[in-house]
Design a protein around this ligand. Structure first.
Ligand code: NAP
Ligand code: HSE
Length: 428
């Protein structure tokens, strides 16, 4: 039986897991695909570096072209990360008829359409299940499981690092910087963790999910993005008192033909199933017109969960090879994106204001909301030791983003409001 030969680009957190699964599950894999799967070459940056796994030294190379141009290699598994150079390797591999499995959301969010087009031209597979939500098979679910439905909303905790940080801040009162360091040590964070904490990693994943879910050519520029670096312990504690949890949520919505996609720290009602997704776990909530509400849950990062998705893609590629159906593209054409305006984007909002503590201030604040037709759901004023100023927490009923922006602008010129300390979208 001729083995299927794999070239592995990267032997870091995910690459190590891939080797462990391919070697450890050989018999199961053979039973599924009918051929042994052999990792024949591995790209690393530094061959002399100590590894967490024993691999034959002769398999390691620092020259990507040695793998990409090796005629014996059938499938390239890309788990090295990076964008421009990595894209070059993948396009060249496709040109040479090799199939691709990748965990690289940065690459797929930015260059997915070009790479998939090349794959179509060459009759090759490009599978990228691990690029979103680590061990949760959400990409296959959106492409196949929901092919019969019209999805109206995708809401996800799709970044494990930030969920880990927010969970520890909320449950243990831990300091942001300490938990970030822990997440890096556990292999959850990106090589530059700014992309995790500033929401870019989640935005790239939401680009991929909304492209598939809405069958539309969504690009990263369409995603409004805000990270968690300004979330304070105070916000988290006020949210708790009001029955909410702070989560970095990706929210993609479709109404008629208009869509909006955003990533932002959001206060979500404790009773919503996504509010109890903690630690490095991810979850993707999908609402379809026909199916109603569904939710998918699992580990969103880390060596073995991510490698599970990568190897599952590898199995799918090899099965396609056996059946001679590689290059079958799930989506033939895409809807053109029509973005919702700020008038059309609506949600509830949480506001934390630092205000003067004197007669009439609450009335002035209420007047501003009334001027822009934003209805207040609840107001809380904690008793403060300082007699000249205090804090006011307001949760609104559903309001358009445009109206809320006008309220915030008006507060900037209202002397009774000393500072707008925080503003959050509220869900659930
Ligand atoms: P990592 O631990 O930093 O590993 C990267 C590997 O690629 C290393 O083995 C490194 O070699 C090699 N490499 C990087 N740049 C190279 C270059 N220019 N030339 C040769 N070798 C190079 O990264 P990772 O966490 O495994 O992530 C890999 C990919 O999976 C990324 O796209 C990431 O976004 C994605 N992903 C990661 C997770 C996760 O939980 N970590 C989850 C889902 C998706 P050396 O070992 O010699 O340095
Ligand atoms: N840095 C990413 C995260 C890895 O924390 O979710 C998984 O894509």
């Amino acid at each position: 039986m001729k083995p299927v030969k794999v070239g592995l680009l990267g032997l870091g957190t995910v690459g190590t897991g891939v080797v462990r699964i391919v070697e450890g599950h050989q018999e199961d894999l053979l039973n599924q695909v009918g051929s042994p799967i052999s990792i024949s070459q591995i790209l690393v940056k530094d061959r002399t570096k100590g590894r967490n796994i024993a691999v034959e030294a002769s398999k390691l190379t620092e020259d990507p072209w040695e793998i990409v141009r090796n005629p014996d290699i059938d499938v390239i598994v890309e788990v090295m990360g990076g964008i421009a150079q990595t894209k070059e390797y993948i396009l060249e591999a496709l040109e040479r008829g090799k199939h691709i499995v990748t965990a690289n959301k940065d690459l797929m969010a930015l260059h997915g359409p070009e790479i998939l087009e090349k794959a179509r031209e060459k009759g090759c597979d490009v599978l990228y299940e691990a690029s979103v939500a680590g061990g949760i098979p959400i990409i296959r679910t959106l492409i196949e499981g929901f092919s019969s439905d019209r999805i109206t909303k995708i809401m996800g905790i799709v970044n494990g690092t930030t969920n880990y940080i927010l969970t520890k801040m909320s449950q243990e009162g831990a300091a942001y910087g300490d938990v970030l360091k822990e997440a890096q040590e556990l292999g959850y964070a990106e090589s530059d963790p700014t992309s995790d904490v500033e929401g870019l990693d989640a935005a790239r994943k939401m680009t991929i999910l909304s492209t598939l879910g809405f069958r539309a050519n969504v690009s990263l520029d369409h995603v409004t993005t805000k990270g968690i670096s300004n979330v304070t312990q105070e916000d988290i504690q006020y949210a708790k008192q009001l029955g909410y949890v702070v989560k970095l949520l990706g929210i993609a919505e479709r109404q008629d033909d208009f869509i909006s996609v955003s990533v932002q720290p959001t206060m979500i009602k404790k009773s919503h199933p996504i509010a109890s997704v903690n630690g490095v776990f991810n979850a993707v909530y999908v609402h379809g017109e026909a199916v109603g509400e569904t939710m998918f849950y699992g580990p969103g990062a880390g060596e073995m969960p991510t490698a599970t998705s990568v190897v599952a893609d590898l199995v799918a590629v090899v099965k396609n090879m056996k059946l001679g159906v590689n290059g079958r593209q799930a989506q033939l054409s895409y809807n053109v994106v029509k973005l919702k305006t700020d008038e059309q984007i609506a949600s509830k909002f949480f506001l934390l204001l630092h205000v003067e503590d004197r007669a009439g201030v609450l009335a002035q604040i209420a007047q501003v909301f009334s001027d822009f037709d934003v209805s207040i759901e609840s107001v809380m004023q904690p008793s403060m030791p300082n007699i000249s100023s205090t804090e006011i927490i307001i949760i609104t009923h559903g309001a358009s983003k445009a109206a809320m922006n006008k309220v915030l602008k008006a507060f900037e010129s209202l002397s009774a409001v000393r500072k707008i300390k925080s503003v959050y979208r509220v869900e659930g």
